[in-house]
Design a protein around this ligand. Structure first.
Ligand SMILES: NC(=O)C1=CN([C@@H]2O[C@H](COP(=O)(O)OP(=O)(O)OC[C@H]3O[C@@H](n4cnc5c(N)ncnc54)[C@H](OP(=O)(O)O)[C@@H]3O)[C@@H](O)[C@H]2O)C=CC1
Ligand SMILES: O=C(O)C1=N[C@H](C(=O)O)C[C@H](O)C1
Length: 242
């Protein structure tokens, strides 16, 4: 049994996490939001789980490092500087960062990498994601994770081939790019489809999240796994042995 603290505890994911922590037989150590003290929380936690906002990350990393506790980062909308913070933290504590903690998306990313590698550049790749009306970042962290997987399958870096938005007279599609489209509305927990499009045929690999419980369970599983690790940066395929 572990004492698990939550950054972003009053949010939609924070509430799902509290249920998942109880269901897995762990102790909820407490949580913080915008006004809380992550340092005090880290001091009474064995591991921290952060599903909040990018602005929280610096203080969360500082708190986890000072207390020497592992950290799961599920927050999305991260920029390069946030990844540097995570890399720096991983020198002293175990850290896992992912745009999606579900088993289904972790396997989907594996399949996307494989498909991109085998199909080659004659197949255009477009990633479409749909989320609830309250989501504040786009493309979703999952869409970017799937884009990274597709780019990796082709031996590329996503930042060199991504096409994040189209508007107006865009010209023809540039060969080799990976496109993104985001839909927002209603209460959709998170749908992602990776379209591989060639002449006269299409392959679509999709995942649909029916509720936030799948993300919360995955995050708790990641937290349990991190407690057995030495400092370093980890990802979901390692947790799930995929
Ligand atoms: N990796 C994954 O599998 C998943 C990732 N996510 C990501 O998790 C994040 C949270 O999503 P969701 O729960 O829907 O969002 P909500 O808006 O419902 O909740 C966000 C929470 O974060 C807190 N927060 C906001 N800013 C800060 C800050 N600067 N410092 C500390 N706490 C802060 C809020 O606190 P307050 O109450 O004070 O406003 C709130 O409790 C998003 O980035 C989302 O994309 C979501 C689902 C799955
Ligand atoms: O904000 C959400 O809700 C979700 N965010 C994550 C993302 O950005 O991919 C994961 C999931 O799709 C739900």
């Amino acid at each position: 049994m572990a004492r698990i603290g939550i950054i972003g505890s009053a949010g939609r994911m924070g509430q799902a996490l509290q249920a998942a922590i109880a269901a897995a037989g762990h102790d909820y150590a407490g949580g913080v939001g915008r006004d809380g003290d992550p340092g005090a929380l880290a001091g009474v936690s064995d591991v921290l789980i952060d599903f909040s906002a990018p602005a929280a990350l610096e203080f969360t990393c500082e708190a986890a490092i000072a207390a020497g506790v592992p950290l799961v980062v599920g927050t999305t909308g991260l920029e390069e500087r946030h990844h540097w913070l995570i890399d720096a933290a991983a020198v002293s504590i175990p850290v896992l960062q992912t745009g999606n903690t579900s088993l289904g998306v972790t396997l989907l990313a594996h399949l996307v990498r494989e498909a991109a590698q085998r199909l080659g550049e004659d197949w255009d790749i477009e990633i479409v994601e749909t989320h609830h009306r309250m989501k504040v970042d786009a493309p979703s962290g999952t869409a970017l994770l799937l884009g990274e997987a597709a780019a990796c399958g082709r031996g590329e870096r996503l930042k060199d081939v991504e096409q994040r938005a189209r508007d107006g007279i865009t010209g023809k599609r540039e060969a080799g790019t990976i496109g993104f489209a985001s839909l927002r509305g209603g209460t959709v927990a998170g749908d992602h489809s990776v379209h591989f499009l060639a002449d006269n045929e299409r392959l679509v690999l999709s995942h649909m999240a029916e509720n936030r419980g799948i993300f919360a369970r995955g995050a708790v599983r990641a937290a349990e796994w991190l407690l057995t690790r030495t400092p370093g940066r980890y990802s979901m395929p390692e947790v799930l042995d995929l």
